[in-house]
Design a protein around this ligand. Structure first.
Ligand SMILES: Cc1cc2nc3c(=O)[nH]c(=O)nc-3n(C[C@H](O)[C@H](O)[C@H](O)COP(=O)(O)O)c2cc1C
Length: 186
């Protein structure tokens, strides 16, 4: 693995998603892999309005930060998508980001993302693990559609307060080990 891009989809900095994503990236960095993080809450990402220009191989006409992110996405080998469960799905920030991946739908652009890999980090409040199942399916399906693959996940129930994941040593270690293992993938 050469480079990893973390995509932090919670609006809450230093919250559970942020800490999980950081721990995954820390594990990867300790194996010598370059790993950066994007805070979607700091970026201006407008909604895809289905103009279909990118499907015809034209540039996205939106004047926002996502346009500048496409080259960064193309350069990365693996993505760590972090989002808490919001109403059984991802946050609005993450959904806007996913919608704009439609840029990779047309054949010339598809080739730029095909084969890349991803892991997801998902904290949520409910104790029932099933609460995350629709969200996991969403990532799995979207990634498959883009000819990418979901190769790992860390799903953490029972988290309400900002940052309380830091006290759950088992999950902190699991996130760190996940980072190390993805870094070692060829
Ligand atoms: C708008 C909103 C919707 C939420 N929806 C759910 C939900 O459907 N199920 C659940 O278990 N937790 C839900 N939560 C709780 C968060 O998933 C939980 O607090 C999580 O730990 C927040 O992660 P963060 O610290 O990274 O922001 C919701 C929280 C908010 C603010």
């Amino acid at each position: 693995m050469k480079s990893i891009l973390g995509i932090m989809g919670s609006p809450r900095k230093n919250g559970n998603t942020h800490i999980l994503v950081d721990n995954i990236l820390k594990g990867a960095q300790e194996e010598g892999v370059k790993a950066d993080v994007l805070f979607l809450t700091d970026l201006k990402i407008k909604e895809c309005d289905g103009c279909h220009r990118c499907w015809k191989g034209e540039e996205c006409p939106k004047d926002d930060d996502m346009v500048g992110l496409y080259p960064r996405i193309i350069k990365s080998d693996l993505f760590v998508f972090g989002t808490p469960v919001y109403w059984y799905g991802p946050t609005g920030l993450m959904k806007l980001f996913i919608d704009r991946l439609v840029y990779f739908n047309c054949p010339p652009n598809r080739a730029k993302i095909r084969g890349k890999r991803a892991v997801i980090a998902v904290p949520f409040e409910d104790e029932n693990i099933e609460t995350a199942s629709l969200l996991i399916q969403t990532f799995k399906k979207c990634l498959e559609y883009l000819e990418m693959s979901l190769i790992g996940k860390i799903i953490v129930p029972g988290l309400t307060e900002k940052g309380e994941i830091a006290e759950k040593e088992k999950y902190m270690q699991e996130a760190y080990e996940l980072g190390k293992s993805i870094a070692l993938k060829k």
